[in-house]
Design a protein around this ligand. Sequence first.
Ligand code: PBG
Length: 324
Amino acid sequence: MYEPLYRPRRLRSSETVRRMVRETTLSPDNFIYPLFVTHGRNVKKEISSMPGNYQQSVDNLVKDCEETFRLGIPAVILFGIPEHKDEVGSEAYSDEGIVQHAIKAIKHKMPDLVVITDVCLCEYTSHGHCGIIKHGVVQNDETLDLLAREAVSHAKAGADMVAPSDMMDGRVGAIREALDQTGFSQTPIMAYAAKYASGFYGPFREAAESTPQFGDRRSYQMDPPNRREAIREVTLDIEEGADIVMVKPALSYLDIIREVKDNFNLPVAAYNVSGEYSMVKAGAKLGWIDGDRVMMEILMSIRRAGADMILTYHAKEAARLING
Ligand code: PBG
């Protein structure tokens, strides 16, 4: 009978031993919790395709932030649902916009919670695209100015960090320059650096009411088959002044997360996007998978791939499991 010389099972014999040799950790410290803010009072409307996530008015949002911080999660990222949309996404960069109000309310109550804002126009434009349109085409350089105004307006309201997700060329540089010129040289930029045109954003577009009214986002978001291009995108964003670089989505792009981690020395974020979340919830509801177990395995895999931080709708439930 063959007797193996080395027996890896020796180090798997009990949970205590497994704990000793575990290579990757997962903590609430790693999470950033996405939140959707809407106008009104006492609004808490569940997003049907993302159970457990809501469009909330500022009063309820602040309560949610308090719960999030109590669970040990250091940061939230805000998405706004404006009262009115128009061609140029005016509410995105209005000092009276919904996100600007939310930032002030949150920071007033909880100065230590890190408030990150998504900087993009798609939630605010009537056509649902991430930039302004001329002749049916999303205009790059004309959009930069609006994105820079949006970022400055968020910083003025008290945002701790801004996160451009539009994928226009040069937006990190434009935002960095605008922040520096307005006294916000200490406000970091978390760049959605390698952001792919993905079917996994489906449920988010219901949540943020940001579905493009014509065409799609393939002329600005990255083509899923491309890997070397992700390195170019990340390189550009770092040269333009990004402080943290993000890969999005996470699950189908774990190879990209690893590549970015190995090639650069900045903190790496990964966005565990809406469709990834909804699939777990749907599978669990059907009784086909153990939702909690699969959630933890997914989050751990994103960490193992190299993400320092994970933007995830699972943040609160995962933190509860970790905290025990
Ligand atoms: C805005 C934006 C999107 C997401 C984050 N910021 C949608 C998109 O690009 O279509 C997706 C987040 C998710 O699916 O959870 N540009």
